[in-house]
Design a protein around this ligand. Structure first.
Ligand SMILES: Cc1cc2nc3c(=O)[nH]c(=O)nc-3n(C[C@H](O)[C@H](O)[C@H](O)COP(=O)(O)OP(=O)(O)OC[C@H]3O[C@@H](n4cnc5c(N)ncnc54)[C@H](O)[C@@H]3O)c2cc1C
Length: 422
């Protein structure tokens, strides 16, 4: 591994054969998350590919010239030409390996793979998921001197890190940018001494054995596991949705309706959550249009009656969104009538999508007792149906899913574990 500066770029990188270059910064949690993976891979691939680092803040001009806009960014070069795809953000080991392998002949790849040695590490508690629930459990366990590892497929923070503003988390007078709140939560837990393995691929989870395999080769074992993997909102799949998430498209009325005082919004969906959340949103907005794919609402009768008689709400049945486009402060939603195939464009200040959430339990769905919607059942100490396995936050069966409720669950699970470990 070699650290370079901008004047060495041509000789070391462009004329250096096969090179991977890490533009890093200080005080950059994703850079810290990358550092050990990068170091480890340099030992494996070091005979074939040169591993180099460059400090982005100190070599700004070069970074700008190369179009590097965030830290860390990994660039791959093969004989002076950029190869593979640039990687940035929460960079996974598997993504780096894919790029490195693409620069090597098959026999070299096989030789490198034969050098990978499986590893095993042992902890008291594994927490799967570093959103507010997992981070809080990690903090309490760490402060109780319980040896804990936090494993996440992404960077720490969960949904909060991508939430525009949070104004209902106690202790802050002004609304907090979601990424700052999640950063503070994560740093507090990390500073205590909790071990982080983040932006990893979780290959398998064995809840009975309390064993998690990450990145295919690293086995992490513990006496107990806390599942804090949260939920994923179902997406409409229409173009523009992912790009506008948190920038005009929301999946949470409690969180975002207050930002639409006296404005006009669309709600996509027609089940219980769409209808109930629509009612809530009308406390703020002047006009709300529900776009629903069927010819009648599928929510329960009482909720339907309330919505149908609400003067602020109108409903477009038999319609599905086909595209979301940002136009200044407005969102243009193109919808299509599923019967007539006629399309029209609706202009609004914001769009709420309520077409269901799904708990993130794919890796262990068959092992646990779930409620009828697929959420994990727990007792009041957050114990699941498997001894030594706890679950907290949005992934569990409960009525209200907020940061405060996830934080409370994480506290309870950690305190129950600390008590058992006395
Ligand atoms: C757009 C939006 C805005 C919101 N705004 C607010 C708000 O303003 N106020 C409020 O109180 N609540 C808000 N919420 C709700 C709040 O974010 C959630 O209730 C809270 O984040 C739940 O915390 P959690 O720890 O249970 O799960 P999450 O925050 O969902 O975190 C789960 C973590 O688990 C990880 N993970 C998933 N699968 C795996 C796996 N197999 N292995 C390892 N890790 C995994 C994920 O990467 C993630 O980091 C909002 C939700 C959304 C979607």
């Amino acid at each position: 591994m070699k650290e370079i500066i901008a004047p060495e770029f041509d000789s070391e990188v462009l004329n250096g054969g096969k090179v991977v270059l890490d533009f890093y910064s200080t005080e950059c949690p994703p850079c810290e998350a990358l550092a050990t993976k990068f170091e480890d891979l340099s030992h494996l691939y070091g005979n074939d590919i040169k591993f180099m680092k460059i400090y982005r803040q100190g070599n700004r001009e070069l970074a700008e010239k190369l179009g590097v806009k965030s830290s860390p960014t990994l660039l791959f070069y093969n004989n002076g030409n950029e190869a593979g795809s640039r990687l940035t953000g929460g960079i996974k080991r598997s993504d780096i390996i894919r790029n490195l392998d693409s620069m090597l002949p098959a026999e070299s790849v096989n030789e490198v793979k034969s050098k990978i040695k499986p590893s095993v590490s042992e902890f008291d508690v594994i927490i799967l998921g570093a959103g507010p629930g997992g981070l809080t459990a990690g903090l309490y366990l760490c402060q109780s001197k319980i040896n804990t590892v936090l494993i996440d497929i992404a960077l720490p923070g969960g949904h909060v890190s991508t939430t525009h503003e949070v104004s209902n988390y106690p202790g802050f007078i002004e609304p907090q940018a979601g990424y700052m709140l999640s950063h503070s939560m994560s740093e507090q837990t990390k500073l205590c001494g909790t071990i982080y393995k983040v932006a990893v691929d979780v290959t398998s989870v064995d809840l009975e054995k309390k064993e998690v395999v990450i990145d295919e080769y690293e086995t992490v074992r513990a006496k107990r596991i806390i599942i804090a993997t949260g939920t994923t909102p179902n997406l409409t799949g229409a173009p523009g949705e992912k790009e506008l998430k948190g920038k005009g498209i929301s999946y949470c009325a409690t969180c975002d309706a207050k930002y639409y005082n006296d404005k006009e919004v669309l709600v996509i969906g027609g089940g219980n959550s769409a209808v109930e959340e629509s009612e809530y949103i009308t406390r703020f907005v002047k006009k709300l249009t529900i776009v629903h794919q069927f010819d009648k609402l599928t929510a329960n009768k009482q909720a339907q009656d309330r919505v149908l008689s609400n003067p602020k709400i109108s409903i477009l049945f038999d319609n599905e969104p086909r595209a979301f486009i940002k136009d200044g402060d407005k969102i243009v939603t193109e919808i299509e009538n599923v019967k007539t195939k006629e399309r029209q464009k609706l202009v609004s200040d914001g769009v709420f999508i309520f077409i269901g959430m799904k708990p993130n339990i794919d890796l262990f769905r068959n092992e646990l007792e779930l409620d009828r919607w697929g959420y994990i059942k727990t007792d009041e100490d957050m114990r699941t149906s498997i001894k030594g396995v706890y679950a907290v936050g949005d992934v569990i069966s409960k009525k209200y899913r907020q940061i405060t409720t996830a934080v409370a669950d994480g506290t309870i699970a950690a305190m129950a574990i600390a008590k058992e470990s006395d």
